[in-house]
Design a protein around this ligand. Structure first.
Ligand code: HEC
Ligand code: HEC
Length: 464
């Protein structure tokens, strides 16, 4: 373990020496004057009547994101629904302050490469691969949307969120790795894992966005943006602790055992609120991000800041990504679409039932919607009221390709669409729940349908 101060001193050189981010004029350091701060939800339009969320508008917002600290700060403040949860407090204290806190962190453009079949074989033998030769980014800012998306794709698959000892260990145990959802593509690559040179110069195995937000289909093809519902991060970590005899805090161990595949407690506070990993389809249409609606999403800066701060925080706030990479990542996320086309029969009985029973809430083009008070929707309130990301609400979940999205609800407590629509699960005597006996409360819409309407609705849900 390197002492943190030494590490920081090393970093300043390691990172600054290879820093490719173009020098930008630093903006005023202090907290911006709210009266003069541009409202990111309403970009100034007179001179530029660009349609919000069009590619041209996104490109222009990207320039402002990269250049204007006060605009970034205002966007952060506007995007945080509950300024008092831990997620918001950490960012308000650290982000967009000009010459202080996270703005001062060294910019890190890592040397990183995906774990290919060959690298995986080396790691399985316990060998340390040689250091990747090139930094991830060549330092050129794209000028087109296609260019941003292509760069963002590399960030998604290759920018390390942190070194991950559990994965290093897991790769030496292929049967376990497969069992906990460390999936392999047809070529034998391991999407979501990288070999990279960490900030302390050690060559390590790291995880990227793709470990949770991509999956491999039956043909071995990587499906970008699909939730990795097989990924059992809790079990991987517990197996590591059991095997190595390393100490793990008993409370944390107990919590990790309850996550199961496809869920993770991404807050790492003491709250018990693991959440289901979502598909990342149709994010552009969602006006709130995350299941508890932690982030108001009126502006692409909201997502770019989420990604910049996520990469900063997950790398222990010792470095920050080049801002262009955070923007690229956001543009890539917006580009993600479901892998398969579907045909929707809008004249069907199921479509009519959906319009009548569901569309009042599941209202936007991705069938998501606004936020609803947790006690009104009635599902388990732990996440909504938690200190980590809580807002008191849950967002109406998008339903694109919902048929392949089981288990359902923010906590993955409902096993199937049949179960979601069955009145039996609301009963105190219900024993078939995947997280244990007892009722699965809340989201009562659709549970009182007559049988043929339920069947028609279920058929319709297969097609959206
Ligand atoms: C360990 C697994 C894991 C990793 C790694 C991960 N995520 Fe997530 N992601 C989740 C979970 C779980 C949620 C749901 C969190 C919530 O709703 O509070 C989520 C939510 C999101 C959302 C919000 C989706 C929505 O519908 O509102 C976005 C966008 C996202 N992740 C993008 C990323 C990106 C980009 C990265 C890489 C920097 C990343 N995630 C890394 C597990 C992960
Ligand atoms: C009162 C508003 C409201 C109505 C009406 C409503 N929903 Fe929802 N729906 C929500 C909310 C809020 C969530 C997220 C709740 C949570 O995760 O705790 C949700 C989540 C879901 C999910 C889980 C999606 C996932 O990926 O986990 C499905 C499926 C769903 N709704 C289907 C339906 C169907 C089908 C109908 C019509 C019978 C319907 N909903 C009616 C508000 C509503």
């Amino acid at each position: 373990m390197v002492h943190r101060a030494c590490l920081l001193a090393m970093l300043t050189c390691v990172v600054a020496c290879s820093e490719p981010e173009p020098a930008r004029t630093p903006a005023p350091s202090s907290t911006p004057d709210p009266a003069r701060t541009p409202d990111p939800a309403r970009p100034p339009t007179p001179s530029s009547p660009l349609t919000p969320w069009s590619d041209a508008w996104l490109l222009r917002e990207g320039e402002r994101f990269l250049e204007d600290t006060a605009y970034r700060r205002a966007a952060l403040e506007h995007s945080l629904v509950n300024p008092n949860n831990l997620y918001s407090r950490q960012r308000l204290a650290s982000y967009g302050l000009g010459t202080r806190r996270w703005d001062r962190l060294p910019v890190w453009n890592p040397r990183s490469q995906p774990v290919t079949a060959e690298l995986a074989a080396q790691l399985e033998r316990g060998q340390v691969p040689s250091e990747p030769s090139e930094p991830l980014w060549d330092g050129n800012e794209p000028t087109t949307m296609d260019g941003w998306v292509a760069l963002g794709r590399r960030v998604f698959f290759e920018y390390p969120m942190r070194a991950e000892v559990y994965m290093e260990w897991g790769l030496t145990k292929p049967a376990l790795a497969t069992a906990v959802g460390v999936e392999r593509s047809a070529e034998g690559g391991v999407p979501g894992l990288v070999v990279f040179r960490d900030v302390d110069r050690e060559v390590r195995v790291g995880i990227t966005c793709a470990i949770c937000h991509s999956s491999v289909d039956d043909e071995g093809v990587v499906v970008e943006g699909a939730a990795r519902r097989s990924f059992d991060y809790g079990r991987l970590r517990l197996s590591y602790f059991a095997d190595t005899g390393e100490w793990v805090e008993p409370g944390l161990a107990r919590r990790m055992a309850t996550w199961g595949p496809g869920r993770a407690d991404v807050t790492e506070d003491d709250d018990e609120d693991p959440v289901a990993i979502p598909d990342l389809w149709g994010i552009r249409a969602q006006r709130w991000l995350t299941q508890a609606g932690t982030i108001r999403h009126d502006s692409p800066l909201a997502l770019a800041i989420r990604q910049e701060t996520q990469l900063t925080d997950s790398n222990h706030a010792m470095v920050r990504p080049p801002r262009a990479l955070a923007w690229a990542l956001a543009m890539y996320v917006y580009s993600l679409e479901p892998p398969t086309a579907t045909t929707i029969d809008t004249a069907s009985r199921g479509a009519a039932v959906f319009a009548d029973q569901c569309a009042g809430c599941h209202a936007n083009e991705g069938y998501g919607g606004r936020v609803i008070a947790a006690d009104r929707i009635g599902t388990d309130p732990a996440l909504a009221t938690g200190r980590g990301r809580g807002t008191g609400t849950y967002r109406v979940a998008p339903l694109l390709r919902v048929a392949t999205g089981a288990p359902y609800l923010h906590d993955g407590s409902v096993a199937s669409l049949q179960e979601l629509l069955s009145p039996a699960r609301l009963s105190p005597d219900y024993t078939a729940g995947r997280l244990g006996p007892g009722p699965i409360p809340g989201h009562t819409a659709g549970t009182a349908l007559v049988a043929h309407d339920r069947e028609a609705l279920l058929a319709f849900l297969q097609t959206i």
